[in-house]
Design a protein around this ligand. Structure first.
Ligand code: F0G
Length: 446
């Protein structure tokens, strides 16, 4: 057993601790979320971050090749023999001045972190490398998740690799085609529930508890450990410097939770001098975090989160029979399971929260496609959100900003085609019909 890591309830009034050999997902004592914590004095953490660069020279070793495990001292919860990798995290941080111009940033200041370059096409693979390692460590045989699509694709891929049976729960009619196709192709049992993601999330927790399935949603604290690596790679991409801002879409709030934890730990370990600010961007049709933080003034409050505000907000959603709606289906979530950890990250990172419309998301997505490597709609919420933050003056034009583009453009081809073909979008680029005639075709070429 690894004695350098343990699980701990995030509720300071409880603070119960458990060893990493258990798969719990919620504190058995009080029902709150669990963290993975480390006894840092028992881990050989490099004295400076650029020591990790040495691993590049040894990348024939799969753990050194992995964009998660090459930072393994920072998520040291299991022995190497359990570690799972399928080559996740070979992503790039691209300086993009053209997209920067769209959001009114000075040249050299906007960076795009392309998590769509992961094996299953989204950032989820970072988390799954870690969570499946834990699943192997505890001897899991079957697993499950609820998903707006990307989690299911990633879970299906890793489950197959690890030899685990896998069931994914998706809401009916709420999943982009690219993602649905992946789950089926990777051999997952797909259960489409008549309901939305929040309904799936409730069902999967009960099903996992009843049948003893290993749960792979971001409630799983080991998954969030893997997602910390996205921040390590952004720092690496900046020559081991910290940006001024991290901008991330907010759905179930796993990423924002993981990123804040990553920075808090790096600071504690003296591996960084300052913590960047974070902006979390909702879609207006799924803006629970924005409502709770900006309007209801919900804060982390040293862990003593005002539960009444949350309960009243959710009771109102239920009374109104509210179901979230956004074209960014990945973040179409109204009861984010990591809400409290996200509040902690906002506290750690002096964070801000904004919501952007579907139109703003689609336009930003077209700009990222035209000038960058493209992304799926939820990812483009970052650029749409940054546009707001620039207009408000919250982010300065000369600050260094890294936007996390969470998923690949081919995840949701329908939305892209509709945007361009309908000619409704500001940046639509529809195909031009031409007769099968050489002269006519030549005339059309601009
Ligand atoms: N971007 C993409 C592409 C996503 O797939 C998700 C979440 C998010 C952003 C939001 O991230 O939950 O960490 O705040 N997708 C989940 C899924 C819910 O089931 O695939 P978060």
């Amino acid at each position: 057993m690894n004695d350098s890591a343990y699980q701990k309830c995030i509720n300071p009034a409880c603070g119960a601790e458990f060893d990493c050999g258990q798969s719990l997902f919620k504190c058995p004592a009080c029902g709150e979320l669990l963290d993975v914590r480390y006894n840092w004095d028992k881990v050989k953490v490099p004295s400076k971050l650029n020591d990790f660069a040495k691993r590049w020279a040894n990348r024939e070793n799969p753990l050194d090749f992995s964009g998660v495990w090459r930072f393994r001292e920072l998520l040291n919860f299991c022995e190497d023999k359990y570690k799972v990798t399928i080559g996740e995290g070979q992503t790039i941080l691209q300086q993009n001045d053209a997209v920067g111009q769209y959001v009114d940033m000075h040249p050299g200041c906007l960076y795009l972190q392309y998590e769509g370059l992961n094996p299953s096409g989204s950032f989820k693979d970072n988390g799954m490398a870690a969570a499946f390692s834990h699943a192997m460590m505890v001897g899991a045989k079957s697993c499950a998740c609820a998903s707006t699509g990307n989690t299911s694709a990633s879970v299906a891929l890793y489950a197959h690799h690890c030899g685990l049976k896998c069931t994914v729960f998706i809401g009916s009619g709420r999943i982009a085609f690219g993602k649905l196709s992946q789950g089926m192709d990777y051999g997952a049992q797909t259960i489409q529930i008549r309901g939305d993601f929040d309904d799936c999330m409730r069902q999967v927790q009960d099903v996992c508890a009843k049948l003893g399935l290993y749960l792979l949603n971001s409630l799983n604290p080991f998954r969030l450990e893997g997602q910390k690596a996205i921040m390590y790679r952004i720092i690496e991409g900046l020559g081991w410097q910290v940006p001024d801002w991290i901008i991330v879409p907010g759905g179930n709030l796993g990423n924002s939770s993981a990123f804040g934890k990553a920075f808090a730990e790096l600071k504690q370990l003296d591996l960084i001098e300052r913590i960047p600010r974070m902006a979390i961007i909702n879609a207006t049709g799924a803006d629970t975090l924005t409502e709770l933080v900006n309007n209801k003034k919900l804060t982390w409050n040293d862990g003593k989160v005002n539960q009444t505000i949350i309960d009243e907000y959710y009771a109102d959603l239920t009374a109104r029979n509210f179901s979230p709606h956004t074209c960014a289906s990945a973040i179409e979530i109204s009861r984010p399971v990591n809400l409290k950890k996200c509040l902690r990250s906002i506290d750690v990172c002096n964070g801000v929260v904004r919501a952007v419309t579907d139109e703003e998301i689609c336009d930003a997505k077209a700009i990222i496609g035209k000038f960058g490597l493209g992304c799926e709609p939820a990812s483009a919420a970052t650029i749409a959100g940054l546009k707001h933050l620039r207009a408000e003056g919250v982010v300065a034009a000369d600050e260094r900003v890294a936007c996390v583009l969470t998923g690949h453009p081919l995840k949701d081809p329908n939305l892209t085609i509709n945007y361009h073909k309908d000619k409704k979008g500001k940046f639509s680029n529809p195909p031009i019909e031409a007769p099968n005639d050489f002269e006519e075709i030549v005339k059309l070429i601009k």
